[in-house]
Design a protein around this ligand. Sequence first.
Ligand code: FA5
Ligand code: MG
Length: 385
Amino acid sequence: NRSRRQYAVAPCAEAQTVPKEEVITDHPFNNVTENIFAKLGANLHRRPDHPICIIKEAIYSFFDERRPGVYAKLDDLYPVVSAKANFDEVLVPADHVSRNPNDTYYIDSETVLRCHTSAHQAETLRKGERAFLVTGDVYRRDTIDQSHYPVFHQMEGVKVLDPEQYSDAASGARVAEKELKDTLEGLAEHLFGQGIETRWVDAYFPFTDPSFELEIFFNGEWLEVLGCGVMEQQILDANGYEGQKAWAFGLGLERLAMVLFSIPDIRLFWTEDQRFLKQFKAGNLGAKFKPYSRFPPCYKDVSFWLPETGFTENNLCEVVRGIAGDLVESVELIDNFTNPKKQKTSNCYRIAYRSMDRSLTDEEINGLQDSVRSSLTDDLKVELR
Ligand code: FA5
Ligand code: MG
């Protein structure tokens, strides 16, 4: 029987099969679905010809060229971690939304599927690493659209500055911020060339201060690709680097791969269709995805009164994903009003169904929508209109 503490540091075996009873338990906090369980151990970031692995390697080569031999690389850390590692050790406050089971997959009250690779910051510092890149699959209950998926991949980067780089805490923080931004702008240029449009946006993370997000202009919109900042002193002090300065970032690998390879929808990363997979080859950063099919989406609207017991969009999305799997492309709130007499609120959502691989029949879509409607009543206790 593995102890919880070992979870965070035990490496995944190749083609690991995570025992189901360790993930879907009867603990009252458990909210891991079959759908999510099925993704564990897929390790897309370790399949050499997969775009997620290709982008990982491209980022590695940027860091290797910049600082040869400096960054330790870890890509096989177990995705089941303690809530302590995922939240407490990176200073996530007790009442922060991300701790809510509406946002995070819990195995039991003390164990989660990591919701970010920042879960490995503290333990990796404790192992003595000063500069490292940690890549892995992360899990989140979230809304559904072309750039959000409940399982995705992140790469965490951390670098503790050399003490010679600064004279006091204030100058250390300035040097860290500058080196961080220079590094990530350099990375964007390495991946995308000089034509790419990027912008920095101020952000908040409990584990960095100041904090920033980088956005890239893609398909007519600003797409958020990473979060970063100057590491909170308390994390360094608690894990072997007292008084030292560091920066950290967390990259969304799907988002970067979408931009690099012109991949229009995040679901494509999960297809086993050779028409997708054969378009990518280890080391080839120049591939542009050629859609092999372009089927129109089919839209279905559903309206309902919200229950007094509470309702969340993440719950709705999990129901829809559980029924339609990767056939659902987006779930969007299109109308919302409150009836003052009834003191009730009604939401109308538009669900877009579209397969990446084939055309769907009306019958199939109607069947999915009917199941969604009954599950809304039975599981989410809404009153359909
Ligand atoms: C984090 O996860 C922070 N841990 C990042 C960080 C690390 C900040 C170290 C500071 C220091 P955020 O929740 O914004 O931040 O996610 C980081 C990136 O993951 C996003 O910019 C985005 O590219 C990607 N991402 C987030 N949610 C999803 C999703 N549902 N599907 C696909 N990619 C996502
Ligand atoms: Mg963010």
